[in-house]
Ligand binder design. Structure first.
Ligand code: NAP
Length: 252
């Protein structure tokens, strides 16, 4: 399907990769983008820049009530981007309790799933449309230095596959983006090369326009998938070694 003339909602659209989606959608001819944001004044800079082509929507993806309200209000949407994400830098055994691991599941898995559930009828009403779930290389490779994050993205990847099958009958396309390191606040601790957020948003638009079910958005994601296919056990050791150099909360 074409993005041109489409109407999108982007969760966590106030900054980072979400903001890049807002910009790239409008650049590709989208009619309007709803900016899902926990703080409605957050995307003020985007309103200054794009005027009534954008509209902020109060949206904490851990709140079913806010998602329900957003789906009722944004009833003209034909593209949903589940971008909002939490990465809390914890290990699974070393963390003091399960709070952070549960929060990552709440945002990265249940939040995205709840958005899919409430917006599925909206997308159907508007001709089928598309869902894009922003995942991570941590969704295909277990990364112990992303103790709770990686499992939450694995879960979101499996959810994406199942939702694709469930929504096939209503002609809704569903894409997963496998994303490497990106230059946003979430990856501010990461050293070395990081993709600009615009690369990921452009890849997302390509996934929509070419109906690609799962897409590696950047060279790091492509490289990690290839390394995993070549030698899974070497990859596991390499990822385990990252634990030593990571900034994480071990609780010890
Ligand atoms: N950066 C990377 O290297 C990288 C790599 C792979 C995948 N990703 C994925 O890309 C997506 C975007 O991340 P980013 O890199 O752009 O990070 P970011 O700059 O930290 O942005 C995260 C966004 O998610 C929002 N968010 C967090 N919890 C939320 C909640 N409960 N409800 C609604 N919004 C919430 C944040 O809102 P606030 O402004 O209110 O905090 C912010 O808009 C995430 O799904 C992330 O997992 C990022």
């Amino acid at each position: 399907m074409k993005v041109d003339n489409g109407i999108a909602i982007v969760t966590g659209g106030n900054r980072g990769i979400g903001e890049a989606f807002v910009r790239e959608f409008l650049g590709a001819g989208a009619h309007k983008v709803y900016i899902g944001t926990r703080e409605p004044s957050g995307p003020g800079h985007l309103i200054d820049e794009f005027g009534d082509q954008v509209e902020p929507i109060q949206l904490d993806v851990t709140s079913d009530a806010q998602i329900k309200e957003a789906a009722a209000y944004c009833d003209d949407v034909n593209i949903l981007v589940n971008n909002a994400g939490a990465f809390l830098h914890l290990t699974l055994i070393g963390a003091p309790d399960l709070r952070a691991a549960r929060e990552e599941m709440e945002v990265n898995y249940f939040g995205a799933l709840s958005m899919c559930r409430y917006f599925a009828p909206v997308l159907e009403k508007n001709g089928g449309g598309a869902i894009v779930n922003v995942l991570s290389a941590g969704a295909i490779i277990s990364a112990p230095n992303m103790g709770g994050y990686s499992p939450s993205k694995f879960a979101a990847r499996a959810m994406t596959t199942n939702v694709r099958a469930e929504l096939e009958g209503q002609d809704t396309q569903v894409s997963a983006l496998i994303v490497g390191s990106v230059d946003t606040r979430m990856a501010s601790h990461v050293k070395g090369f990081k993709e600009p957020a615009s690369t990921i948003a452009r890849a997302g638009i390509k996934a929509i326009e070419k109906n690609i079910p799962e897409m590696d958005t950047d060279p790091m994601a492509v490289g990690m998938r290839a390394a995993l296919a070549r030698d899974p056990s070497a990859m596991e050791k390499q990822m385990a070694a990252l634990l030593k150099s990571s900034v994480i909360s071990t609780g010890r």
